[in-house]
Design a protein around this ligand. Structure first.
Ligand code: EPZ
Length: 473
C-alpha cells in the first residue's frame, strides 16, 4: 500500500485541467450495455474505479474495442458482442459499489440481471431499496439470493409507469440512472418523480438521447422517458468533474495560492462556489490564458454570487460546464455554516474537503451531513493535525485554529483521503497520508498534478513512509 509524504506550507500556483467526471463516466460506460452498436466515450479519467467498471463490463460481454492510433488517452471504445453472461459478481462489486449501475441496463436490454448487493462502505450504509422499488414498478420480478439481486423482466418486457423514487434522505443518483436506463427500453412512458437532479444524471441523459432514447426533464425532479424499441451507438465526451474541481479550488484556498482551472464545470457547482466565496475564496471566470502560465487575469470578472450572478469581463469559452477560472483567497478565511443536500445543494462529496479548509477559518463553522450519516471518519484525523472539531451526531462544529501541524494520518475513504491531503498541504511540517489507494479511486495522478502546482508531495510505499514521518533536521 502507498502513502503520500507531504511537506506543507507551500502556496500552490499555476494551472491545471479538470478531468472528466468519475461519477458521470461510471453510469455512462454501463449504458454501453443497452446496445450492440459501438459506443465511444471520451475524457474518461484513468482511475481504479473506471478500471474496475471496464473489467466488469468485459465480464458482461461488453469489451473495449482496440484503440485507433489516433485515439488520445481517455478515449474508451466499447461494444457489446456477447449477452450470455449477465452476472456482476461480488468480487468486483465489493470493490466498487457503483457496479450497481449495470443493473438497469442489463435488465432492460437482456431481460435478466444478477448483481451482487453492494453492501455498505466506510461512509455508511449504501442501501439499494430505491433501485429495487423503481425497477419493480416497471414490472421487473426481483428476488435476493445469496447476497445477489436477481432481476427478471416480465414476458413482453418492462412497461412504463409513474414512479415516486424519493427516499428518507431524498433522491438517489444511481437509483435514478438505473431506472432511467431501464425505462429507455420499456414499453410506454415512464415518469420518475423525485429523480436525482445531479449534473451527472443530465450527462447520462445526454448520451442516452444521442443513442436514440426519448428523455425530457433530466436535471429536474421529474424526468419523463418514452420507451423505444432499441438504442444505437454514439460518441460522447464526459462532463468535467465538479468534485475534482472543488477539491482543487480548496487546494488553492487552503494554501493561499493562485490557481487557474481549465475545463471547470462552474455551472454545475454554484452551491460550492457560493459557500467558498462566503468563506473568502474568489472564483473568477477568466479569458483562457496563454499556455505560458498564470498571468494577471485579463478582464477578470468576479463570479460573485453574493452580489448577483453577473460576470464581467472576458471568460474562457462559452460552455458554462467547461470554463477557465482563477482561484484566489482573502488573507483571512471566514467561517460558514453548511448542510449537505442533494443537487443543487452543497454536495456531500465536497464536505470533507471543505472541513479541512474551515479548520483554518477565523471563527466557528458548522457542517451538517444529511446524505451519509457516517461520513465523518476524517474528523478524528484532522484533530490529530491540531484541528479543533466536535461532532454532535450529524453535525460537526469546527473552531478555526491558526495553523494545522503535520502528522501521520489514515485515509478511510475517497473524499476523506482528499481532505487529509489538503490539510497536509497547509499544515506546518510533514504529513504522511496512509492508504492513498482510496484516493486513487477518484483522483488521477493527484500527487503529480499537485507537485506541478508547487506542492511538496511524493508517493512512497507505506513501510518507507513510516521512516519519513519527521522532517530531517
Ligand atoms: C452517488 O452515489 C455518488 N457515486 C456518490 O459519490 C455521491 O456521494 C452520492 O451519489 C450522493 O450524491 C457515484 O455516482 C458513483 P445515492 P449513490 O443513491 O448513487 C440513500 C464519491 O465520493 N439511498 O444518491 O450510491 C443513501 O443511503 C461517491 O464520488 C437509499 O436510501 O448515492 C444516501 O443516504 C461517494 N436507498 C442517499 O440515498 C437507495 O436505494 C443518497 O444516495 C439508494 C440510496
Amino acid at each position: 500500500m502507498d502513502s503520500f509524504v507531504i511537506d506543507g506550507g507551500r502556496r500552490l500556483s499555476g494551472r491545471v485541467r479538470i478531468n472528466g467526471s468519475k461519477n458521470a463516466a461510471l453510469p455512462i460506460l454501463a449504458a454501453a450495455l443497452l446496445t450492440t452498436e459501438p459506443v465511444t466515450v471520451r475524457d474518461v479519467p484513468a482511475l481504479d474505479d473506471i478500471a474496475n467498471m471496464l473489467r466488469l463490463l468485459e465480464q458482461l460481454g461488453c469489451a473495449q474495442v482496440p484503440q485507433g492510433a489516433e485515439d488520445s488517452a481517455g478515449v474508451i471504445r466499447l461494444r457489446t458482442t456477447d449477452e450470455t453472461v449477465s452476472h456482476a459478481p461480488y468480487e468486483i462489486v465489493r470493490t466498487m459499489r457503483a457496479s450497481i449501475c449495470t443493473l438497469g441496463p442489463l435488465l432492460a436490454k437482456r431481460g435478466y440481471a444478477r448483481v451482487s448487493l453492494p453492501g455498505g462502505c466506510a461512509i455508511g450504509e449504501r442501501p439499494v431499496d430505491l433501485h429495487i422499488r423503481g425497477l419493480k414498478a416497471l414490472g421487473a420480478e426481483i428476488t435476493l439470493e445469496a447476497g445477489d439481486i436477481i432481476a427478471r423482466a416480465p414476458q413482453g418486457g418492462l412497461k412504463g409507469t409513474t414512479i415516486f423514487l424519493g427516499g428518507a434522505n431524498g433522491s438517489t443518483v444511481l437509483g435514478t440512472t438505473n431506472v432511467m436506463c431501464a425505462a429507455a427500453l420499456a414499453k410506454g412512458t415512464t415518469i420518475i418523480e423525485s429523480a436525482a437532479c445531479e449534473p451527472e444524471v443530465v450527462d447520462l441523459a445526454k448520451i442516452l438521447i444521442a443513442m436514440g432514447a426519448k428523455i425530457q426533464g433530466a436535471g429536474t425532479p421529474r424526468i419523463t422517458i418514452e420507451g423505444v424499441d432499441q438504442l444505437g451507438g454514439t460518441d460522447h465526451t464526459v462532463m468535467a468533474d465538479r468534485i475534482e474541481a472543488g477539491t482543487f479550488m480548496i487546494a488553492a484556498a487552503i494554501t493561499n495560492g493562485d490557481m487557474i482551472l481549465d475545463n471547470c464545470p462552474i455551472d454545475a457547482m454554484l452551491a460550492p462556489v457560493y459557500w467558498l466565496e462566503a468563506a473568502g475564496v474568489h472564483v473568477q471566470p477568466v479569458a483562457a490564458l496563454a499556455a505560458t502560465g498564470v498571468g494577471r487575469a485579463r478582464g477578470a470578472g468576479s463570479l460573485s454570487l453574493t452580489s448577483g450572478s453577473a460576470t464581467t469581463g472576458a471568460v474562457g469559452g462559452d460552455d458554462p460546464l467547461r470554463k477557465c477560472v482563477r482561484i484566489t483567497t482573502d488573507r483571512v478565511l471566514r467561517p460558514v455554516e453548511i448542510t449537505t443536500q442533494p443537487h443543487p445543494g452543497f454536495p456531500t462529496d465536497l464536505q470533507a474537503q471543505l472541513m479541512a479548509l474551515l479548520c483554518l477559518a477565523d471563527g466557528n463553522s458548522v457542517v451538517t451531513e444529511r446524505i451519509f450519516q457516517d461520513r465523518f471518519l476524517h474528523v478524528a484525523e484532522l484533530s490529530r493535525m491540531g484541528g479543533r472539531l466536535v461532532r454532535q451526531g450529524p453535525t460537526v462544529i469546527i473552531s478555526g485554529v491558526r495553523e494545522l501541524v503535520g502528522a501521520p494520518v489514515m485515509a478511510s475513504d475517497l473524499r476523506a483521503s482528499a481532505c487529509l491531503v489538503l490539510a497536509g498541504l497547509a499544515a506546518k511540517g510533514r504529513t504522511v497520508v496512509n492508504r492513498v489507494y482510496h484516493l486513487d479511486r477518484g483522483y488521477e495522478r493527484m500527487e503529480e498534478r499537485l507537485r506541478s502546482l508547487g506542492a511538496s508531495i511524493t508517493r512512497v510505499e507505506e513501510k518507507v513512509a513510516a521512516t519519513m514521518c519527521t522532517v530531517p533536521a
